[in-house]
Design a protein around this ligand. Structure first.
Ligand SMILES: N[C@@H](CCC(=O)N[C@@H](CS)C(=O)NCC(=O)O)C(=O)O
Length: 214
């Protein structure tokens, strides 16, 4: 299969973690967001949503949306599982996932923060305040969830769907210098997950399109 990805895209990072946890090999196809390649005619013909990630199956079918891709991976290759078996636990994991992918990430996506600046005229300080506001609102809830359910990972001691979504969001927060002082549980999960090989393979610093270190 082929993954359309950008090294710093957190939604792509989610899928890379899922693929690495399941040890599924894939071809990496870089889509450079800074050059707006996600809006090119060639890419839009494949993925009319014009976003990364997208996963092309061996049959040539293109799946967009990171969580749809992760759920499909879970269905075609259940081991190791990204979701618990118990229905109530599954609902709790989905709740944490949705908090990140529906309520936090979309508000801080590059196209949103760019729009705040142009045409809306927000200053760099206002954009930073916007960014922090939505990260903190989301992470306040996630921290409480982890207080109740975390082990070394978001839910217990095995990395799963919630970790695939949380770790890229923390990466983004740190990249934009958002204070994480109020979130010791989130940072403990961050530290643990980053010690795992699958998360290291998926990290933005380790992708084929990662620019060489200066
Ligand atoms: N809900 C989508 C979000 C995808 C998304 O927002 N991707 C960003 C990168 S993280 C993107 O392609 N941005 C380019 C743009 O907004 O034009 C998913 O989970 O896959």
């Amino acid at each position: 299969m082929r993954l359309y990805s950008y090294y710093r895209s957190s939604a792509s990072y989610r899928v890379r973690i899922g693929l690495a946890l399941k040890e599924i090999t894939y071809d990496y196809f870089a889509v450079n967001l800074l050059r707006a390649q996600q809006k090119s005619g060639e890419y839009m013909a494949k993925n009319p949503q014009g976003l990364v990630p997208a996963l092309e199956t061996d049959e040539g079918v293109l799946i967009s949306q990171s969580v749809a891709i992760l759920e499909w991976l879970e269905e075609i290759q259940p081991q190791p599982p990204l979701m618990p078996r118990d229905p109530l636990q599954r609902a709790l994991v989905r709740s944490a996932v949705n908090s990140i992918v529906c309520d936090t990430h979309p508000l801080n996506n590059m196209s949103i923060t760019n729009y705040l600046q142009n045409p809306l005229g927000a200053s760099a300080e206002e954009v930073q305040a916007w960014y922090e506001q939505w990260i903190w609102r989301g992470f306040d809830g996630i921290e409480k969830t982890l207080e109740a359910h975390a082990g070394t990972c978001c839910f217990g001691d095995s990395p799963g769907m919630a970790d695939t979504c949380l770790i890229p969001q923390v990466y983004n927060a740190l990249r934009f210098e958002v204070s994480m002082a109020a979130y010791p549980k989130i940072m403990a999960v961050w530290d643990h997950c980053n010690s795992l090989h699958a998360f290291q393979l998926a990290h933005p610093d380790a992708q084929p399109d990662t620019p060489p270190a200066r």
